[in-house]
Design a protein around this ligand. Structure first.
Ligand SMILES: NC(=O)c1ccc[n+]([C@@H]2O[C@H](COP(=O)([O-])OP(=O)(O)OC[C@H]3O[C@@H](n4cnc5c(N)ncnc54)[C@H](OP(=O)(O)O)[C@@H]3O)[C@@H](O)[C@H]2O)c1
Length: 326
């Protein structure tokens, strides 16, 4: 296994890889880590379907990539992950083309937004970050299963440490909304979803959950001074934080090329064949009880019963059952 770490970039991960003929689909590709992953994978010869909800933002991102690489093989896909009808329309259109997906990177995300609900009545962070991707992935499953060395990569976060999923009150109908707790629930859901994909489809699909690091992107658009202070206090009080972080609450920032490296690595490496379902950070396999700003995770994210129950709840919330071993 190559010696990668927190500074490893997309370029380093892709060095020596020719991805010609491989098809990657990436949600949230209109900015941030999704755009950088699209750029880097296309640079290595891949065909990339860049997905977003805002057609103009997506067109601008495609233009930025093409201006540096005119021969980039890029397709545009429009779906709003907070709107199940929009996801179903997109998936139906895609499946009707008969195309396959080798790697789906579920990268789109919203963080600490004020309380609101999706079109379908689900709390926004859980609804977008988990339920939207749950539905998209399962609808596209026939195209993924027909892919070459297929994978599903789910963007999680060190934010999973804020909370495990709440299966009894997923929409904060009974508990008071807390934006960080909500983000934590959704990012824990991304990991449980990864586990359950592996349990159901592990003979056919590899799936990994990724913490990309801390990177300045549009993800911070909803941050207020109060939410920043709350995050600092949470980082300080995390038993698993580094001693420096416990002191100051400071987080180690990465460049965007380093931030996107772990998801690109998860999408292309052959080094993880016996690690299906792993949680990854800093281009390495995660460490239970380690520093979450790096690749550390809390043990509750690996719980088969929670993963099964989340799958059932998610099926209820999209009004559809999906196959695979129960
Ligand atoms: N940046 C970090 O430090 C960090 C740390 C840990 C984890 N992550 C994870 O990394 C992923 C990428 O985040 P980023 O930092 O690249 O943030 P970003 O620049 O804000 O990108 C997020 C993308 O998701 C899209 N999106 C949001 N809501 C959507 C919806 N309802 N339907 C479709 N697309 C939607 C956004 O589109 P619009 O612009 O149209 O909203 C945008 O393209 C997220 O899952 C995030 O949780 C990031």
């Amino acid at each position: 296994m190559a010696a990668y770490g927190s500074d490893t970039t997309t370029e380093e991960v892709l060095r020596g890889h020719d991805l010609t003929g491989r098809h990657f689909m990436i949600t949230g590709a209109s900015s941030g880590l999704g755009e950088e992953s699209s750029r880097a994978l296309a640079q290595a010869g891949a065909t990339v379907t860049m997905m977003a909800r805002n057609p103009q933002k997506l067109e601008n991102a495609i233009e930025r990539i093409r201006s540096a690489n005119p021969s980039a093989q890029l397709n545009a896909g429009i779906a709003d992950l907070s709107d199940q009808k929009s996801i179903r329309n997109y998936a139906e259109g895609f499946l009707s083309t008969g195309s396959t997906v080798d790697v789906l990177i579920n990268n789109a995300g919203v963080m600490v937004c004020p309380f609101s609900k999706t079109v379908d009545g689900i709390e926004m962070q859980f609804g977008t970050n988990h339920i939207g991707h749950f539905l998209l992935t399962n609808l596209l499953m026939p195209a993924i299963l027909a892919g070459d060395n297929p994978r599903v990569i789910n963007l999680s976060s060190a934010g999973h440490t804020h909370s495990d999923v709440n299966l009894n009150d997923p929409n904060f109908d009974e508990s008071k909304y807390n934006a960080w707790e909500s983000y934590g629930r959704s990012k824990s859901a991304n990991i449980h979803f990864t586990q359950e994909i592996v349990r159901r489809y592990g003979d056919h699909i590899q799936s990994f959950a990724v913490h990309p690091g801390v990177i300045l992107t549009d993800l911070g658009r909803h941050l207020t001074p109060e939410l920043m202070n709350e995050m600092t206090e949470r980082v300080k009080s995390r038993s698993t934080s580094s001693s420096e972080a416990k002191e100051s609450g400071a987080l180690p920032f990465k460049s965007i090329q380093a931030g996107a490296a772990t998801q690109v690595w998860a999408a292309i490496t052959n080094d993880l064949k016996d690690k299906n379902g792993a949680y990854l950070g800093d281009c390495q396999v995660g460490i239970e009880g380690g520093n979450p700003s790096e690749s550390g995770y809390l043990p509750y994210i690996f719980n088969t019963e929670t993963a099964k129950a989340l799958w059932s709840l998610s099926e209820n919330l999209v009004n559809q059952r999906f196959s695979g071993t129960d």
